[in-house]
Every structure is written in structure tokens, then in C-alpha cells.
Design a protein around this ligand. Structure first.
Ligand SMILES: C[C@H](N)CC(=O)CC(=O)O
Ligand SMILES: [Zn+2]
Length: 304
């Protein structure tokens, strides 16, 4: 067992963008999401990023009731850190998006650090047949979709969650979002360590070229010095390449069917745990260790 620096693996189980017809392995029902959560934690994920879906057809569900069908069983089955989404689905208003985090006061919640055009053209052109009527409409409407996260929206979410001791996974889709984070830090509305989740490869945000990844890290180093922990997620086919670069550069990694349905080019991942096991190999291959949930709590200064 390698004793190198502990690397935190986040697993994002289902999300709100991919739809059931895109992969038979995308967990949709509460039972499936719970089973995937526990298996991903067993495989090495210290943090579980959780969205809920409507049981009947898999539409994104941001109601506290939807999360109440998932969270107790996850908490009973693993000590992994629960990270609740406040992004919900990009079609939702911030008031709706923040409700689960306010209701359940998790240790960690996502916080999206800026607005972006949310382009899903790669998905639009790829999928033609669907199980549910809402799926093609969901995809079609992204042509004109802006995922809104104004300064007021961001302040609304951080104030609504902060009083419960919830800390944040700062989703930064582009360099500007790092400056937005610095703005809120300068206003003392946030305290370090900042858990930065750099998002690569979403059309509307920064690309996945190694230069893009390095540019994000260099900018974060300049803005935050040692006051941050850096993690990355690569959308789609870039997931493991971006993760490998981050791990080699001293960072952490996020994987999961929320942001990529693949285990390798053209091969669907059979589960979230399969993706977690692959990133564990990357970490141990570099002589590093996989962080336990408690090591993640310590590194990120979570309330526990
Ligand atoms: C690119 C990620 N799917 C963004 C995300 O996970 C947002 C959230 O849940 O708040
Ligand atoms: Zn999410």
C-alpha cells in the first residue's frame, strides 16, 4: 500500500444532464443511486456528489423529498462525505436549486462560480432514440441554455448554506470563475481552504488541452497560494486524461456518470465504481494513496 500524498476521489453518480436513454448504467431510481453510491465509496471515492431524479422517468428532481429517498441509506451504508448539488439542473431557478442543501445541511455542497452557455451539441447529434418524451426536449432546449450563476445567485447560495456549516466544492468552468471565487474570498464571505473543482470540456467553458489544465492550476496558484485544494473533472472522453494530469500536478480528481458515461473510447462504463477503480489505479500507479473520507474531511476542513 503506497503511503504517498492522499488523493481525494469525488464520484458524481448521476447528475441532471445525461438522460436514461444514453446509458442503461445511468442510475435513476433512488435504489439504483444508493447502490451506486455505496459501491463507489467501497471502490475508493471519499466524496459522493449527489443529484436526485424522478423515479418514474429519470427527470432531474431537486425536491428535498427526492433526496430524502436517498440520503439516509447512503449515510447508513458509508462514511463517505456527501456533497449535495446546488446546481440541480441548469433549467432551474437558484431558489429551487438550493433547497436540498438547506434542508439537509450536508458537509459539502457544490457552488457554481459563474454563468456559462451550456452547450450539449455533442449529445444532441449523438442520440436519436429515446425512452421518455422529456429527453429530446431536454436536449433540444440546451441550444439556447445559459446556466445562470450571477453574483447575486452565488451570494444567495453561499449565505443560505454557510450558516449550517456546509462548505463548498467551487465549480469553476473557466478562468473567470477563479477570479469570481477570489472576489468572494476578498469580501471574507468564504474561508480557506477553498476546494476548487475545475471543470474541463463542457462547451461554453474551458477546453481539455493540457495547456488549459495547466493554465487553470497556474491561475489558482497565483490567486490563492496555499489556501486551496485543487480537483478536476473532465467531461466525456477527457475524464481520465484530465484526472491523470491533475494527480501528477498535486491535485485531486472527480469521476462519475454525471459527467462521463465512458470507461474508454466507445465503451460505456458499467458503473460509477468501475470509473473509481480506474482512477485508483492511476493514483497508486504514481505511488500515491487514495484519501479516506476522514482524510478528505481533514484536508478540506469539513464539519464531520
Ligand atoms: C459539470 C458538473 N456536472 C457540474 C455540476 O456538478 C454542477 C452542480 O451539480 O452543482
Ligand atoms: Zn452536479
Amino acid at each position: 500500500m503506497s503511503k504517498g500524498r492522499p488523493v481525494i476521489i469525488t464520484c458524481a453518480l448521476t447528475g441532471a444532464i445525461h438522460t436514461p436513454s444514453m446509458s442503461p448504467h445511468l442510475p435513476v431510481t433512488p435504489e439504483a443511486i444508493i447502490a451506486e453510491a455505496l459501491a463507489a465509496a467501497d471502490a475508493g471515492a471519499a466524496i459522493l456528489h449527489i443529484h436526485a431524479r424522478k423515479c418514474e422517468d429519470g427527470r432531474p428532481d431537486q425536491s428535498p423529498e427526492g433526496f430524502a429517498r436517498i440520503l439516509p441509506s447512503v449515510a447508513a451504508g458509508t462514511d463517505a462525505v456527501v456533497n449535495l448539488t446546488t446546481g440541480g439542473s441548469p433549467f432551474m431557478k437558484v431558489e429551487e436549486r438550493v433547497r436540498p442543501a438547506v434542508s439537509f445541511a450536508p458537509e459539502l455542497a457544490s457552488l457554481n462560480m459563474g454563468s456559462i452557455n451550456f452547450g450539449l451539441y455533442p449529445l444532441l447529434n449523438k442520440y436519436k432514440t429515446f425512452q421518455h418524451k422529456w429527453e429530446p426536449a431536454h436536449l433540444e432546449s440546451t441550444r439556447d441554455l445559459v446556466f445562470r450563476n450571477s453574483f447575486a445567485d452565488i451570494e444567495y447560495v453561499l449565505k443560505a448554506c454557510y450558516e449550517h456549516g456546509t462548505r463548498f466544492e467551487f465549480e469553476c468552468y473557466d478562468i473567470a470563475h477563479l477570479y469570481n471565487l477570489a472576489h468572494f474570498a476578498d469580501r471574507r464571505l468564504l474561508k480557506p481552504p477553498f476546494f476548487i473543482q475545475s471543470v474541463f470540456g463542457l462547451l461554453g467553458g474551458i477546453g481539455t488541452h493540457p495547456e488549459d489544465v495547466s493554465h487553470m492550476k497556474r491561475t489558482a496558484d497565483r490567486l490563492f497560494g496555499s489556501d486551496f485544494e485543487w480537483s478536476v473533472l473532465g467531461a466525456g472522453a477527457s475524464q481520465f486524461r484530465v484526472a491523470a494530469q491533475s494527480i501528477a500536478m498535486g491535485g485531486h480528481a472527480r469521476v462519475g456518470l454525471e459527467d462521463s458515461l465512458w470507461i474508454e473510447k466507445g465503451v460505456l462504463a458499467k458503473s460509477n465504481a468501475e470509473q473509481v477503480r480506474k482512477v485508483v489505479q492511476l493514483i497508486e500507479g504514481l505511488g500515491l494513496s487514495v484519501a479516506t473520507p476522514d482524510q478528505a474531511r481533514q484536508i478540506l476542513d469539513l464539519k464531520g
